[in-house]
Write a protein that binds this ligand. Sequence first.
Ligand code: GCW
Length: 614
Amino acid sequence: MKQASGTPAWLPFLPMDIPAGNSSAQLARSELAAGLAALASSQRVELEVKGADEGYDILLREGTLHIRGGEPGVLYGTYTLLQALARGEPAPLGNYRPRYPLRMLNHWDNMDGSVERGYAGGSLFFNNNRLAYDQARIHRYARMLASVGINAICLNNVNVRPPMDGLILPPQLDDLAGLANLLRPYGIRLLVCVDFAMPARHEPGTADPLSPQVQAWWALRAKQVYARIPDLAGFVVKADSEHRPGPHTYGRSHAQGANMLARALKPHGGLLFWRCFVYNCRQDWRDRQTDRPKAAYEHYAPLDGQFDDNVVLQIKSGPVDFQVREPVSPLLHALPQTKKALELQLAQEYTGQQIDLFYQAAQWQDIFRQLPPGGADYIAAVSNLGDDESWCGHDLALANLYAFGRTAWRGESLPGRYAMEWAALSFPEAAGEITKLLLASPHVYEKYAAPLGLGFMVNPQTHYGPSPEGYEYALWGTYHRANHEAIGIDRGPEGTNFTAQYPLHLRQRFERLTTCPDRLLLFFHRLRYDQRLADGRSLLQRIYDDHFEGAQEAEALQAAWLELAGRVPPEVHARVARRFEMQVQNAREWRDVINTYFYRKSGIPDEQGRLIHP
Ligand code: GCW
């Protein structure tokens, strides 16, 4: 299959074609030689390979640099060194160890070649209901991931429907093993999403996790898969979530369901990632008792201590669903005896869909600051990649993938630092300006899109563009309940009491109006439009101001980009300029629809008399 070849991303100094290597060490040697030559560096570098550790040291001995580590540690060290040299920095001497042992990218790719919530073209892996990929491009993809230490990918959509379930059966399994072989030298291990209900369509005729036939069936599946892919990292499961089947069908708990699959993987050293995105997606909007953000905690917190040690609960960063702004998920605080993975979403489903610029690292930093010490055991992110020439639809959205890799390795998000590193590698002649654009972008988007932590004011289904009541009378449990004088849900003790799910310090911070951060005000509180905020403005005036400013600032981002003509490759400049045109349109639409909505509800005009459409 012929695909676009993809841009060199943040590694333009490496040759597009990657010499084949059967091991990380071999690959590291050839990448090092190619990189040093391309950078015209006369630095002497030696690799010392020992063991299979991911960690590595970069040392200087008598003028020679040594990269010492296991496989794939030396490969990571090689990329770290080359990237530093490419930025003109001194050799990055030091000891490097990853914070999370598994740093996973979750692709939501379907086997027909489409991508759920994909904004960058079709799948890099699938077409026509089978694995079908451009080998050279997958090498470049794998290099890109390895260069920031991402070490696992889950290939297929968490919504597994036939024929996708056949991925773990022959003959697809052979293709899967082929891909695993290709990725192995890059230190990347595979995972697959499986369908909990699959045995019901095979001999067992049921998927009841307590049925011995079902258990034996999964044990056999695992055995066959591991015979072909001995280093498979494990399975990922979305169960009893948004109409996907799960243990509840059989009156069994999530622990019973997850442990059953985990036991099939256990003899092979596999992990079972069980997603916690479980809530009532058939809620009646008249029902004021059910409050969607409470759901995951209610389902899983009581099960702490019941999961096997190779079960990992995969938890979205916020309690709802990757909105522009959410507090940390309280579930991440509530499972001291359970392994946890923090799930982020690089795919910009609710943050501009890789049309609007939205650099995510600041959002993650906000989340990390609310995590308990120790936080999570693993980290995962929904991929923003596709077979589009620019990889992400928006050339600058690659900064999110880069920042995710760095965040996952270090265990902390440093937005400014990662943006600067990425920009200096990708666009050396405009690095400072592009870093500024990236850092400004989430604040601009947040201003013109959903105000003050509200969320879900998007067009239903597509989730792009404004629709203030798009979900207001829907089944998905995401309501703001705006009327003529107030908006928001009281989630404190007088309201739904969601805040009680948090440890005391967070609970108090969110419950008190004086300490709840503005950006989360309407997530936790129902407020009158004339409520005064800390800076003296009324809530409504703040909403108006943000939307007027946001749209204006989007134009400023566009203008700043246009200034960069001649300093980034012309085709990139043109592509991104087209994206900014769309973003400016989108920002205007958000501004006018949201401001008009609130004006019509409240009858209160903008204090500055700017144009609102009555
Ligand atoms: O945000 C929602 C998306 C669904 C997705 C789901 C999930 C894969 O709209 O498309 O399904 O989250 O995370 O499972």
